[in-house]
Design a protein around this ligand. Structure first.
Ligand code: VGL
Ligand code: ZN
Length: 200
């Protein structure tokens, strides 16, 4: 493999951008703060700048849990309560400049079922098929949960995946979880890119 920074990626028809769960509760200080999660916001804005100008459609997933969701500790789940639908914590990060045309995909909305992947229990696949979308640029939070799960589902469904390596951050419950998730996504076929590789 050569120096990846030399490679150029040209956005083209059939592409879409998926921004995974860039919500207040996943930012530092939030209910389930991802370390340095805030650092990806300006980077995603720069991807938006490049892709929206080329008419690439934008999808933003959001964790959108009912109160007493099964993934919450009080219900026996692994996480503190987070991203309860319609609360401040569930709102997209205030500095994230989503275009008005963004399609919002809510997930984890059933009280007794969790959904890390943006495809799980949503119409995302159907929407992509009807728009003839074949290649997905995927970034957001968190690398080792919802990004990992969304990328694996996308690859399984036959999409080409461009992983926005400079626009993801990990929870790292166990040290190294994020790095292992990145390795796994690449091994399964995701192509890591950084913003400088997008043709201006
Ligand atoms: C996520 C943990 C719990 C995520 C969502 O967006 O990665 N992680 N719920
Ligand atoms: Zn959740």
């Amino acid at each position: 493999m050569g120096n990846s920074s030399e490679k150029i990626v040209r956005p083209r028809p059939g592409d879409a951008l998926i921004i995974v769960d860039v919500q207040n509760d996943f930012l530092p200080g939030g209910a389930l703060g991802v370390p340095k999660g805030d650092e990806i916001v300006p980077v995603i804005n720069r991807y938006l700048e490049a892709l929206v100008g080329k008419d690439i459609p934008v999808f933003a997933t959001r964790d959108w849990h009912p109160e007493k969701h099964c993934s919450f500790k009080e219900q026996g789940g692994p996480w503190p309560p987070h991203c309860v639908a319609s609360t401040r914590g569930a709102e997209f990060a205030p500095g994230l400049f989503l275009p008005d045309s963004t399609t919002i995909i809510s997930k984890g909305t059933d009280v007794d079922r969790d959904a890390y992947s943006g495809f799980q229990g949503t119409d995302l696949d159907h929407r992509f098929k009807s728009l003839n979308i074949r290649r997905l640029f995927i970034g957001g939070l968190a690398t080792d949960y919802c990004v990992l799960s969304t990328v694996k589902d996308a690859l399984r469904r036959g999409y080409e995946v461009m992983l926005l390596q400079d626009a993801i951050r990990a929870v790292d419950v166990k040290p190294g979880d994020g790095d292992r998730a990145i390795d796994e996504m690449i091994r399964l076929g995701a192509k890591p890119i950084t913003r400088d590789m997008l043709r201006p």
